[in-house]
Design a protein around this ligand. Structure first.
Ligand code: FPP
Length: 247
């Protein structure tokens, strides 16, 4: 698609009706590589390029929060080689994008069990988070060693401790209070959840937060996903009527 086609899609969008928070399950790197007889790592490398393009697209379009499922708690069970390659790619990505994030006023944040990540990755994450902490153009949330159930367990434990200490009365436990004990505290829930590569699954992603999200599943593999398809999904999102359980 040429740039004028891009810009007409962009002008077609109603900027007043954009999703504030977009969450993406980036799937299909392995299949992309397999189709080309490459090893899986090549698929992840290509996937990083898509990450770059979609972050840039969100910033241009005016999305406030983008949450990417980069590594799940289940992903630790992949081969040592693949886990190490993903960690190296993540570190490289952060280092190469730091300047771009500063320039584009993007703030980096992580959700998940960051303590489980290798020391070098944690250092680079802390460094990038510190460098971008005052940026307010867009929030990029990377879900790393993230699992929705583990996040809820963590929140329940935090609340239980406060109840034991007498800081919270069990009768005052509300949905808002639970939201405030999740990694996404203070953020609006995702309005739009996209999954690439066709599987009709949530895969333990943002279980609590997606209660009312609009879900889009595309057959496109993550490395082939691009700005034009993203714009089409946003357009489609704007045609949907969101009722939040009301009539
Ligand atoms: C799914 O593909 C993707 C992942 C497990 C990780 C996503 C990671 C990236 C896009 C690269 C690193 C991320 C950042 C933010 C730099 P899959 O391997 O499950 O594909 P398959 O289902 O086709 O095997």
């Amino acid at each position: 698609m040429n740039s004028s086609a891009h810009s007409s899609l962009l002008t077609d969008l109603d900027t007043a009706q954009l999703p504030a928070h977009v969450a993406i399950i980036m799937d299909g790197n392995g299949r992309w590589a397999k189709k080309r007889l490459f090893n899986r790592i090549k698929g992840h490398e290509k996937g990083v390029e898509t990450v770059r393009n979609i972050v840039q697209a969100c910033r241009e379009i005016g999305i406030s929060i983008l949450t990417l499922y980069a590594f799940s708690t289940e992903n630790w069970q992949r081969s040592k080689v693949e886990v190490a390659a993903l960690m190296t790619l993540l570190k490289k990505f952060l280092k190469s994008e730091q300047k771009e994030m500063i320039y584009n006023n993007i703030r980096l944040n992580t959700i998940g069990q960051i303590k489980r990540l290798p020391e070098g990755v944690r250092q680079t994450l802390h460094n990038t988070i510190a460098l971008t902490k005052d940026n307010n153009g867009m929030l990029l949330n990377l879900a790393l060693s993230y699992g929705g159930r583990a996040e809820i367990v963590r929140a329940v434990k935090k609340i239980a401790i406060k109840v034991r200490e007498g800081k919270i009365d069990p009768d005052s436990i509300t949905t808002e209070l639970i939201s405030d004990h999740l990694y996404t505290k203070g953020m609006p829930d995702p309005d739009l959840l996209i999954r690439t590569s066709g599987e009709m699954r949530i895969s333990n992603f943002l279980l609590w937060q997606i209660a009312y999200a609009e879900i889009f599943v595309t057959d496109t593999l993550w490395p082939d996903f691009g700005k034009d398809e993203f714009l089409h999904i946003l357009k489609d999102y704007q045609r949907r009527e969101r009722r939040f359980g009301k009539v």
